[in-house]
Unconditional design. Structure first.
Length: 237
């Protein structure tokens, strides 16, 4: 059985049509298994009987401060991983390109997933912490933990500045299903489509996960950029 946390959220809504029939959605909101993952007892209930966990629950705003990012992203992941222990053999954690956002500058080379993390905001700092928690969990328990640095997922097509980080709906499904089945102990991968020009190196996702994206944002008729609404996020400089 697959457990999806944040099961009523934006990314989960994109993925749900492709998920197995025995998937159980967990969310703090009514309409799913309504559980609060910050509570260890409820987190244990959430992952009971799980063969795999896809952890999407978090506050995804690049405008939040560190206290919010820690509470909604880092602390919740700590509790969830503790509940999983060695009983859940496969965990996929949603990270973000914001974990590497300071590299995203005009004229820079292809950004490698193996580079030292360089978050552009508190949200990205939280995702870096999540990746480290995932690495430690995989090493401690010998289970598979895969971190996906998702790009722009489940949003309407935005302006040109977002084009290189777009992850189309069908590529998001391909990526997550690949991560749920790959023979990988631990890995960190960018989650974007086959966009041109490329900025995020997805070669390890292709080679290690078997991810084969089919969409390219260059083929879209995207609207003009609007002012970026998150002044505390330095993803665009």
């Amino acid at each position: 059985m697959l457990i999806v946390t944040g099961g009523l959220g934006r990314v989960a809504s994109v993925l749900r049509p492709a998920l197995p029939v025995d998937t159980r959605l967990v969310d703090v909101r009514p309409g799913a298994n309504q559980l609060d993952l910050a509570d260890p007892r409820q987190a244990a209930e959430a992952v009971r009987g799980a063969d795999a966990v896809l952890h999407l629950a978090a506050n995804p705003s690049p405008g939040q401060d560190w206290d919010s990012a820690y509470r909604s992203t880092v602390a919740v992941t700590e509790v969830l991983l503790r509940a999983c222990g060695d009983r859940v053999p496969r965990i996929v954690l949603a990270s973000s390109v914001h974990a590497m956002g300071l590299y995203h500058r005009a004229g820079r080379e292809l950004i490698g997933p193996e580079w030292t993390p360089a978050p552009c905001c508190a949200y990205g700092e939280g995702k870096v912490a999540v990746e480290q928690l995932g690495r430690e969990h995989a090493e401690r328990y010998g289970v598979s933990v895969i971190c996906l640095r998702l790009g722009s997922t489940g949003y309407p097509d935005a302006g040109p500045r977002f084009a290189d980080m777009r992850l189309s709906d069908r590529d998001a499904r391909r990526l997550v299903l690949a991560a749920l089945t790959a023979d990988v102990r631990f890995g960190v991968y960018f989650g974007v489509s086959a966009n041109t020009p490329a900025r995020w190196d997805i070669s390890n996702a292709r080679a290690e996960l078997g991810y084969e994206p089919v969409d390219d944002s260059a083929l879209l008729d995207v609207p003009e950029d609007e002012p970026y609404e998150f002044p505390n996020c330095r993803l665009f400089g």
